[in-house]
Write a protein that binds this ligand. Structure first.
Ligand code: MTE
Length: 335
């Protein structure tokens, strides 16, 4: 709100309007603390919180989990002009079959997932096999915030500010052998903490795979957070993959192992129904799922029951970045 003075024709804002209400309230508290002598520590923590807020840029943090800010990414295609999905939708409408098959199950059940200590093992056709503690994996490269669309094979999509770094950074560190052509991503399968591991829906652990050039593509994100915070358990804490031009199921959650191989790995959904879920699973409005069309999608959060669906874009809108990876391939055959 602007205050107009009566004498001159100029306007000025209240201090509480120049600064956001939240920051303003924080400063007021700080002034109070100064008076009590504990301001030093408070100032340090306030300053670091402000620094986080600045790095995270425009994306407001929900403030429920530990902060994990990332600098805005320079990777082409990482920023979309789409409106962000609300955090509450992105963290309550999930697929994570280890915690149940209903979209609401993961948010309800995934609190049992034990995310610390956590290690990710690198094995197979690499010069430097390794076991990374999560803390070391986090430090391997600078965290970036990347806004990506995630399009689920079931026909819905979200737009999420993910935090992580290109998987290629890790791949380069472990030095793949020239015989390594594929990567197999193995995810956590612990029946003690994941109530649906053992159910017959899938052959556990949930495994996914990428061709080496797909894994090396800068858009492929090793992901530790979203909305400026560490990942909620239901979104695949503490570390997952996000491959934005492929159907969501290619983005394995709660990764524990990455194996470099010379053959395409047997993936969970391909093993469950090979005629429905191919190895590539690139988002493609022209190739239908055998049981439904893939031409349109519903954006979670902006849909009343009667809202118009959106047209699904080739490679989920990332064709300029990834199209050349599939030049000359028959995408109907290699779906
Ligand atoms: N990873 C594991 N381990 N288990 C799963 O069931 N579901 C996949 C993928 N990764 C899944 C998984 C599917 S089908 C989708 S659409 C995305 O995760 C959903 O990610 P989100 O819940 O963060 O939106």
């Amino acid at each position: 709100m602007l205050i107009k003075t009566n004498s001159n024709d100029f306007s000025h804002a209240l201090t509480s309007e120049i600064t956001s209400q939240r920051v303003y309230a924080g400063r007021r508290d700080l002034v109070k603390l100064m008076a009590t002598g504990v301001a030093g520590a408070a100032l340090a923590s306030w300053a670091s919180r402000e620094a986080h807020a600045q790095v995270a840029g425009a994306t407001p943090r929900p403030g429920k989990l530990t902060a994990l800010p990332g600098a805005k990414s320079g990777v082409a295609g990482a920023i979309t002009m789409d409106k962000l999905t609300e955090y509450k939708d992105a963290s309550s409408y999930n697929n994570f079959y280890e915690f149940g098959t209903d979209k609401a199950d993961p948010a309800k059940n995934a609190h049992t997932l034990k995310t610390s200590p956590w290690t990710v093992e690198i094995e197979g056709l690499v010069k430097k096999p390794a076991k990374y503690a999560l803390e070391d994996l986090l430090k391997l490269s600078a965290q970036e915030e990347r806004i990506y669309r995630l399009r689920c094979v079931e026909g819905w999509s979200m737009v999420i500010p993910w935090v992580g770094y290109s998987l290629s950074e890790l791949i380069k560190k472990v030095e793949p052998l020239s015989s390594a052509k594929y990567l197999e991503f193995v995810t956590q399968a612990d029946p003690k903490t994941m109530p649906f591991v053992g159910s017959r829906v899938l052959d556990w652990p949930y495994v996914e795979g990428l061709r080496m050039d797909e894994a090396m593509h800068p858009l492929t994100l090793l992901t530790f957070g979203m909305y400026g915070e560490v990942l909620p358990n239901q979104n695949g804490a503490p570390v997952r993959l996000v491959v934005p031009w492929k159907y969501g199921f290619k983005s394995g959650k709660s990764l524990v192992k990455i194996r470099f191989t010379d053959k395409p790995p047997a993936t969970a959904w391909n093993k469950a129904a090979a005629n429905e879920y191919g190895f590539f699973s690139n988002v493609n409005p022209e190739v239908d799922h055998p049981r439904w069309s893939q031409a349109t999608e519903r954006r979670i959060g902006e849909d009343g029951l009667f809202a118009k669906k959106r047209k699904t874009l080739m490679f989920n809108g990332y064709e300029a970045q990834v199209g050349q990876l599939y030049a000359g391939m028959d995408l109907k055959k290699f779906f």
